[in-house]
Design a protein around this ligand. Structure first.
Ligand code: CIR
Length: 240
C-alpha cells in the first residue's frame, strides 16, 4: 500500500501501523455485530485495501464495478469470485463505463451516484439501469473537487446526512437533516453508520460531537495511514 495513489501530500503510509489500524477497524465492525470475512492481501494492487470501490453490494444483487484508475482496474477480477459465495445475482459495469463504488451512497432504496474523475456518465448510467431492474432508484451527482461522492457525505440513516464542502448546498440532499462538517474536518465526512453506531476517524472532535449530539453512539478510530492514500472508513470494507 505504500505505493498507492494519493493526492493528500501527507507522506507515505507506515505499513506496520496501517496493519494495526486495520485490525482495530475489523474489531470495531465486529463489536457492532457484523460477521467479518478478511480477504487476503493482493500485493499486485497497492490500493486494493480500499475494497469498497470494486463492488457495490445491494440487498438484491452485487455489482462488480469497472474502477476508473488504470492501476486499480485489475482489482475487479478477485472480488467477483469472492462475491459469488454471498450473492446469487452478480452484475458488472463494462467499458467504456467506469465506476468506483466509493461514488455510490445508498439511502434506503435510493442510490446517489457521483460523477467524478473515476466514475463517468456511462458507468453511472449502466448502474442506474441495473438498479432499476432490481426495483431500486438512483440519481446522479456531478462532483467538482472530491475524489469520490462519499469523500464528502455519509448517510447515517433516520434521514440524517453527514455532509461537507461542495455537497452542503446540493439540491439533491435538501430533504435530509444536515449534520454539517466544518471545512477543517472535511475528512470526517466519511464516517460509517453500522447498526446504530457511527465509526468516526480520530482527530475530528467537532464532527464527532455533532454526531453524538444527534443521539448516536460513536467509536473513534485512528486511520491516519489510510488517510495518507485519500481513503476513509467506508472505503475499507463492503457491508451487506
Ligand atoms: C485511490 O485513489 O483509489 C485510493 N488511494 C483511495 C480510494 C479511496 N476509496 C474511497 O474513497 N472509496
Amino acid at each position: 500500500m505504500i505505493d498507492g495513489l494519493t493526492s493528500a501530500s501527507l507522506g507515505k503510509p507506515d505499513f506496520n501501523l496501517a496493519i494495526e489500524q486495520h485490525a482495530g477497524y475489523v474489531e470495531a465492525l465486529r463489536s457492532c455485530g457484523l460477521e467479518i470475512e478478511v480477504l487476503d492481501p493482493d500485493p499486485r494492487f497497492p490500493d486494493s485495501t480500499f475494497v469498497e470501490d470494486v463492488a457495490l453490494c445491494t440487498p438484491a444483487c452485487a455489482i462488480v464495478t469497472n474502477p476508473g484508475a488504470p492501476s486499480r482496474n485489475g482489482e475487479k477480477k478477485a472480488i467477483g469470485k469472492v462475491l459469488k459465495s454471498f450473492y446469487r445475482h452478480i452484475e458488472i459495469i463494462e467499458s467504456p463505463g467506469t465506476l468506483d463504488a466509493g461514488d455510490v451512497m445508498m439511502a434506503g432504496n435510493h442510490f446517489y451516484i457521483g460523477i467524478s474523475g473515476r466514475t463517468n456518465e456511462e458507468g453511472a448510467a449502466q448502474l442506474s439501469v441495473i438498479l432499476e431492474r432490481y426495483g431500486m432508484s438512483s440519481s446522479h451527482i456531478p462532483l467538482h473537487r472530491m475524489l469520490h461522492l462519499k469523500s464528502g457525505c455519509s448517510y447515517l440513516e433516520n434521514n440524517n446526512l453527514l455532509v461537507a464542502a461542495e455537497l452542503l448546498t446540493h439540491p439533491a440532499f435538501e430533504a435530509y437533516h444536515h449534520i454539517k462538517v466544518d471545512p477543517a474536518e472535511e475528512y470526517a465526512a466519511n464516517s460509517l453508520w453500522i447498526n446504530g453506531t457511527v465509526l468516526v476517524p480520530a482527530g475530528f472532535p467537532n464532527t464527532r460531537n455533532k454526531i453524538e449530539g444527534e443521539g448516536y453512539r460513536t467509536i473513534t478510530l485512528d486511520v491516519s495511514e489510510f488517510q495518507k492514500l485519500d481513503g476513509g472508513l467506508s472505503c475499507l470494507s463492503l457491508r451487506f
